[in-house]
Ligand binder design. Sequence first.
Ligand code: SAM
Length: 286
Amino acid sequence: MKSILDETKFIMKKYSIKANKSLGQNFLINEEVVNAIIDSANIEKEDLIIEIGPGLGTLTQYLLEKAGKVICIELDSKMINILKERFLLYDNLEIINQDVLKVDLKRIISEQKINGKIKNVKVVANLPYYITTPIIMKLLEDKLDIESITVMIQKEVADRLIEIPGGKQTGAITYTVYYYCDSEKIMEVPNNSFIPEPEVTSEVIKLKVRNKPVVIIKEEKNFFNMIKCAFMQRRKTLLNSLTNTHIFSSKDQGLKILNAIDIDENIRPEKLTIEDFVEIYKKIYE
Ligand code: SAM
């Protein structure tokens, strides 16, 4: 059996493929990483797997063997031809040639679930890094009926996504991911695991979607917008950021709110837990 490296080189040569940098094409060639992604995704026969950016089909091959159905969403039509030929004999593959951000995943998932053969939906992908955050946000904020998201992304972003709010790597996005998911680091991936090598280190993470969010918030959009505003100005205190972005109507109002809930007026936003933000939110809006 050919190694993943040989197979990748063979396919690239056969179809005259040059990786398209602007589409974030870095093809995975490290067998150990492929196995780690597939194992940690915990795929069962009644699963629908949504693979975003299958590229040449390295992960797809394994997904097709393990899952009941695989839906691949790939923007590059050159890849579509390769996937169709490579997996001609599989009857559990559907390929969508579209920008994942424009695909109506909610409709696709409910159609698949209706026939009763699919129990759980899982996302598995080596994502295109230039749109990592919008993709993850779409998967979470659209409240899709998915069980987990196992993805490889750039390490720097991964560490922020899986941080517990208040920890060292906390950013605005940390709160959103924590609200929806219980997350886990699977492994760090060196640059030489890809053709061509990306400029950044990568990481595989698994986000397990919670049955219900960790805190109760009526207007999620408003709540996360407030958190975004808190992080908009780097190195500023929470009080200044929320005042400058007009979340607090005045510094005075901000001071009163922080005092009332016992939060230091000089605190920086990344030190707050999600519960702290809920308290502030309630004081302002409820
Ligand atoms: N899964 C393959 C692998 O592991 O070798 C390829 C991963 S590569 C990092 C990302 C893939 O996402 C590429 O095939 C690229 O063409 C595709 N892609 C880029 N932008 C996309 C988009 N907006 N929607 C769907 N696929 C996209």
